[in-house]
Every structure is written in C-alpha cells, then in structure tokens.
Design a protein around this ligand. Sequence first.
Ligand SMILES: NC(=O)c1ccc[n+]([C@@H]2O[C@H](COP(=O)([O-])OP(=O)(O)OC[C@H]3O[C@@H](n4cnc5c(N)ncnc54)[C@H](OP(=O)(O)O)[C@@H]3O)[C@@H](O)[C@H]2O)c1
Length: 276
Amino acid sequence: MRKESKHKILILGASGFLGGAIYKELCSYFRTFGTYNISNAVFEKNKHFFQYNIEEDDIYEILDIVKPTIIISALRGNFSKQVLIHQHLAEYVFTNKIKLLYLSSANVFDAYIKYPSYEQDKTYSNSIYGHFKIKIENMLLRLPKKQIAILRLPMVFGSQSPRVQEIIQYIKDKEPIEVFPNLIMNVTTDSKITQQIHYIINRNKFGIFHLGSNDLVHHDDFIKEIVNAFPFEEKAIYKRVYTTNDDRYLAVLPKFNKLPKHLQLYSQDIISELKI
Ligand SMILES: NC(=O)c1ccc[n+]([C@@H]2O[C@H](COP(=O)([O-])OP(=O)(O)OC[C@H]3O[C@@H](n4cnc5c(N)ncnc54)[C@H](OP(=O)(O)O)[C@@H]3O)[C@@H](O)[C@H]2O)c1
C-alpha cells in the first residue's frame, strides 16, 4: 500500500555510506533503485540494484530501465567523469521534467575562512574538490528551480560513518587521531540527512539547503567529545594539525531555506546518538 507513491527513485552511489542510508530510509515508502560500483554478491542478487561505473558505463541505460521521477546523486569517483555524468543527468532531468537531489559539500565555500556560509552566499573555493562541486552545482542551478535540490553537507558523523569508525580504529591501533584546532565547523549525521531528504521529497521542496547543525564547534573539541562518548580502555592520542595561524570556518548554516525544527540539529544531538 505504502509503495503506491507516484515516485520512483534512483540513488546513484547507493552502496556508499550516505547513498546506502538514504536507500534504507526510502525503500519502504517508494519504489527505490540504486547503483553500486564494486562487485558485490548481495547487490548482484537484488533486482533494485544496478552495477554502474562512471568510467565505463552509460547512465542512460539505467535511466531507460528505471525511468526515475527523482534522482539522488551520492557518488564519488573521478571528478571530470562526475562532471560529465551530471551533464547527462541535467539533460535527462530537463527533458523528462523530473527532479534531481545533489549531495554537495561545505567545501564549495572553503576559500571563505572568516565566516560561516549561508544558502545565498556566492560559492568560492581553493580546493580541487570544492571547485568540482561548484562546477556541478552551477550546471544544475541553470535548470528550472523546482527540479533541483542542492544539499550542502558539512562533515558527516554517526556511529556507522567512516569518520567515527576511523577514530575507533586509530584508538585500537594506538595511532594518533588528527585534529584541526583552528577549524570551526558545523556537523551532521547520516540519520538526520536521511530524514531531511525524506521530507524534501514528500513536501516537494527545492532549492539550496544547508544541512549542517545550528551551532558551530571547534574540530578538536568535537572529536574529543566523540572519543569520550565511547568507553575505551585505551587512551586516545591526538595529533594537532595547524593549517592556518588563525581560526578558519567551514560551516554551512541554514537561514533562508530552513527545515522544520524537528529536522534541524545541534552538535550535541550527534554525541547523544553515539552514546546510545
Ligand atoms: N561523508 C561525508 O562526510 C560527506 C560530506 C559532504 C559531502 N559528501 C558528499 O556525499 C556524497 C556521498 O558521500 P559518501 O561519504 O557516502 O561516499 P562513499 O561512502 O565513498 O560512497 C560513494 C559511492 O559512489 C560509488 N562510486 C565510487 N566510485 C565510483 C565509480 N568510479 N563509478 C560509479 N560509482 C562509484 C561507490 O560505489 P562502491 O562503494 O561500489 O565503490 C559508492 O556507492 C559525495 O558526493 C560526497 O561528496 C559527503
């Protein structure tokens, strides 16, 4: 019954950390399909999953089979190939009058180090990653505005996140955990992002979303709070990395395109979730 929704959703990168979490959130409510890259017996048996490599495969073949009404792009991989496939996706979205949700990053603002950034600020980056995200964003922002949602994410934590898993591993291996004392950022979790995406789909929201916590944290303090959320026998070792002399912001704060209160978060919510 619940699956009789009008939407058919295709998640590019559904085998990844965020794509996988989004797939799990949506698959009971919508006809949901996904792509994976590295061969995997579980996905091969699942008729809702398609093997897709941006270096070799044509995305149109999968689009023709699935005929999605919503595409969610949660891919990684070669930057110039990603630009190319998003060009193809933009054409498909335009021609078929469907919608695209794109997972972007706070790095589209990484050249503004003195302030946090809001939805309508002009993007500006010093990094290759930030430049490439801006290039895709700009291409998508030329499409009719109701057909696009750009979701700018800060660093994503959560118990299953690669970032938290890596911290746990470093402590077990007695290796130092890198912290950036000058970095002021906001943060989020996979569980909040998936709820936010579900809402954006249900309510047909569009535009640019800044999906970071309402508060800012220093990177080193936040990482230490994460470590303290777990009952480790071993003591954590930290390596302080200073990339600039002054404080540097990497934060995407919501201001103009806000989601309802229950879909907003504070950094402490992440720590509380880890303690459960
Ligand atoms: N995680 C964060 O903290 C964070 C923060 C800001 C923005 N984002 C953005 O969110 C998106 C998803 O990130 P994630 O952390 O979930 O990444 P991830 O766990 O590395 O997942 C990436 C996905 O892309 C697929 N992929 C990788 N190389 C590919 C290729 N050559 N061809 C086709 N598919 C390929 C992977 O498939 P296989 O696993 O099968 O290789 C996987 O499904 C990215 O666009 C990222 O920029 C993430």
